[in-house]
Design a protein around this ligand. Structure first.
Ligand code: EPU
Length: 417
């Protein structure tokens, strides 16, 4: 199993290009199931989660072709197996995103329940409830969701809580339903907007994406299109937090600053200098780091996917930072590992109280999930001595060559098997 070795204490400097967003690519790959014509996607990051989704779609009968690196053509001329098996779903919960498109296109689907997940229970009841309201018969048996409908109909669906993939799944299903679907309390995340943009380019009639009320007027069929995946706002935030932590001067290119305002605000409050110019963000930090308080929230609040990385930054800030996680019930597993690096953190329920220390010291630590891994990388970059991060397959699920990108910015980081 690969590990990362990091020799901390070097500032980062230079330029790095942000990859396409994982959480936009995953639903958009599934959107290919909605049409018999080819969907051509560019700015697709080479990530393990994207590869898993490709595998899932391929075994359903979708033809996939990588024309140039980062450009992918998906052609679902015919769907042979509207099935997402446990073996693939268990490694990537986002496989549930195939459910809506499969039912809409084939009138039936069998998708494994995601099962246990490291960061919390993460049920899919909202996806199920929404499809039922659209006239889909759902049976839960043998760990699978079996869905069947003679006619998918529009409906008004009010989500009990904000769910990103729930919103995406139902929005995709509704594109081919009879009549109009209204999604209330919908997720406003930029990835939902990117998916809507792609669906509209495919001929869907969608208004309100990016607000809490999305209206979809069903059409008979969708056609192929080309679409560029939006930049990854969480990768962007991760690099910004890393530079804020180590100090230095880095320019991120190919990004979209207005998708991460809450993160930029907090980094500025913490002492980073950020200059936004077009699709670039320059980040510097020369002065001291200040503690800031964080409370995660659905977009446009502070993203849960940046909570762990900001915590790494706060371990060396002046003062005490209070970080509250409100989206997932078990997303503090990085705390134990940060403590191994000499961080002073106390957890009470879903709140971490982080008292800044003068220095972190390198140690062996274990990555427990994707964003926890990114947090440990940042901590390793500012710890004295060597930090060894085990189980980095989590990191490879969602960051494209993060070790190479950091090394190019001057970090002493290497991967060993
Ligand atoms: N929830 C339910 N029932 C549902 C759906 C969600 O109770 O039917 C709860 C969840 O348990 C959770 C909350 O609602 O407590 C929000 O979950 P959501 O459905 O929004 O999460 P998700 O769609 O499964 C996506 C991202 C996550 C990101 C969250 C929150 C993708 C593929 N995944 O997950 O990304 O943390 O939204 O923004 O888009 C990551 O990239 O590291 C990651 C975990």
């Amino acid at each position: 199993m690969d590990k990362l070795l990091i020799e901390g204490g070097r500032p980062l400097a230079g330029q790095v290009r942000v990859s396409g967003a994982k959480n936009a690519a995953l639903p958009i790959l599934c959107a290919a199931l909605l049409t018999a014509e080819p969907l051509v996607l560019s700015n697709v990051a080479r990530l393990n989660d994207v590869r898993t989704m490709q595998k899932l779609l391929a075994q359903m009968g979708v033809a996939l072709d990588v024309t140039t690196p980062g450009t992918l053509t998906l052609h679902a001329a015919k769907i042979d197996w509207p099935l997402a098996p446990y073996e693939l779903v268990k490694t990537m919960r986002a496989s549930i995103l195939a459910l809506g498109p499969l039912v809409a296109r084939c009138g039936e689907a069998r998708v494994s329940l995601p099962g246990g997940c490291a960061i919390g229970l993460r049920p899919v009841d909202q996806h199920v409830k929404g499809l039922q309201a659209m006239g889909v018969e759902i049976d839960l048996e043998n760990g699978y969701i079996s869905a069947r409908t003679a006619r998918l109909g529009g409906a008004r669906i009010v989500f009990d809580m904000v769910t990103v993939t729930g919103t995406e799944n139902l929005m995709m299903a509704a594109t081919l339903a009879d009549g109009t679907t209204t999604l209330e309390n919908a997720a406003c995340e930029p990835e939902v907007v990117d998916l809507a943009r792609c669906l509209v380019a495919m001929g869907a009639r969608i208004t309100g994406a990016g607000t809490t009320r999305i209206v979809i007027e069903g059409v008979d069929r969708l056609h192929g299109t080309t679409h560029a995946i939006m930049p990854d706002r969480i990768e962007t935030g991760t690099f910004l937090a890393a530079v804020a932590a180590t100090g230095g001067d880095v320019t991120l290119t190919g990004t979209q600053a207005d998708t991460l305002d809450a993160v930029l605000d907090k980094l500025r409050e913490a002492g980073a200098t950020l200059d936004v110019r077009g699709d670039a963000i320059r980040v510097r930090r020369d002065g001291p780091l200040q503690a800031v308080h964080i409370r995660t929230a659905p977009y446009s609040g502070f993203p849960t996917d940046m909570q762990a990385q900001i915590m790494a930054l706060m371990t060396k800030a002046n003062g005490t930072s209070v970080i509250t996680e409100t989206i997932f019930e078990n997303r503090m597993m990085h705390v134990q590992e940060l403590q191994r690096l000499s961080a002073d953190i106390e957890v009470e329920g879903n709140t971490a109280i982080v008292r800044g220390v003068a220095k972190l010291t390198g140690a062996s630590v274990m990555a427990t999930d994707l964003r926890a891994s990114a947090c440990l990388v940042i901590a390793g970059l500012i710890a004295e001595g060597e930090t060894v991060i085990d189980r980095i397959y989590h990191l490879d699920r969602g960051y494209e060559r993060i070790d190479d990108k950091l090394a190019a910015l001057g970090a002493r980081i290497r991967r060993v098997s």
